[in-house]
Ligand binder design. Structure first.
Ligand SMILES: Nc1ncnc2c1ncn2[C@@H]1O[C@H](COP(=O)(O)OP(=O)(O)OP(=O)(O)O)[C@@H](O)[C@H]1O
Length: 233
């Protein structure tokens, strides 16, 4: 379970998060949506252990976020705006590098399976620098789940992807959901939210404005609600 207890984040003079309270149960797939500048990425970075809250606490399974970077990496997979891939390396070389970093046991089969899942088998020995944005993002998602994290945090993973890459990404999210992985998705792409998530959190001005379970909801109502509540500040 992820518990965000009254998190405040101030950078310089700016208060970005103004008391962010949220609970996400293990195995839930949750979307965080909201207008630009609402604080979505900042909260995700705090949850990934990349930023410290100014006040408040972030608990995972009722314990404060581990300070040890290695222990944190074992439970959390994070895909931010940067892919963290080495462009002169191939997919296999990139994933071997990260497998070593994450101490993945028997990495070769895992790497092969993941490359196949994201549809890059044909390009597995090609340098990443020749890849399209969609191909890079597919490899980046493989990198984020390589070590089998129990929590996966994705920051706008669908942005700029072609339909094939969107479908592959959604399939990966749905497979992980079935497996019981907790997935948190920061996004502006509401159609993908409807396809993959159990619940939508609307963030505005650094606070949770609304919390909507998706099961049994009327999709048209959701679109209207989303337009009104999330896009326009
Ligand atoms: N390091 C920083 N220094 C100063 N201001 C920052 C910093 N990081 C974020 N901000 C500001 O905090 C606000 C929230 O940023 P954040 O990236 O969390 O928003 P967001 O909801 O993810 O927005 P978007 O949908 O545009 O990605 C923005 O106004 C941003 O400019």
């Amino acid at each position: 379970m992820i518990q965000s207890n009254n998190i405040i984040k101030t950078i310089g003079e700016k208060m970005i998060l103004r008391g962010m309270n949220l609970e996400i149960a293990s195995g839930e797939t949750v979307a965080i949506i909201g207008p630009n500048g609402a604080g979505k990425s900042t909260w995700l970075k705090i949850t990934a252990g990349l930023l410290k809250p100014t006040e408040g606490s972030l608990l995972i399974d009722e314990e404060p976020l581990k300070k040890d970077k290695y222990e944190l990496q074992q439970i959390i997979g994070y895909l931010g705006h940067q892919s963290f891939l080495y462009e002169h390396f191939s997919p296999v070389e990139n994933l071997r590098f990260f497998a070593k970093l994450y101490h993945v046991k028997k990495p070769d089969k895992r790497i092969d399976d993941l490359i196949e899942e994201v549809g890059l088998t044909f390009f597995k020995y090609e340098p990443v620098r020749s890849f399209s944005r969609g191909m890079i993002q597919r490899l980046a998602i493989a990198r984020a789940i390589l070590h089998d994290p129990k929590i996966l945090l994705l920051d706008e993973p669908h942005t700029g992807l072609d339909q094939q890459a969107v479908d592959i990404l959604n399939k990966v999210i749905l497979r992980l959901k079935k497996k019981g992985v907790t997935v948190v998705l920061v996004t502006h792409d509401f159609p993908q939210v409807i396809k993959t998530c159990d619940r939508v959190i609307i963030l505005k001005n650094g606070r949770v404005k609304d919390d909507i379970p998706l099961e049994g909801q009327d999709v048209n109502w959701l679109y209207t609600h989303y337009e009104r509540q999330a896009i326009h500040s």
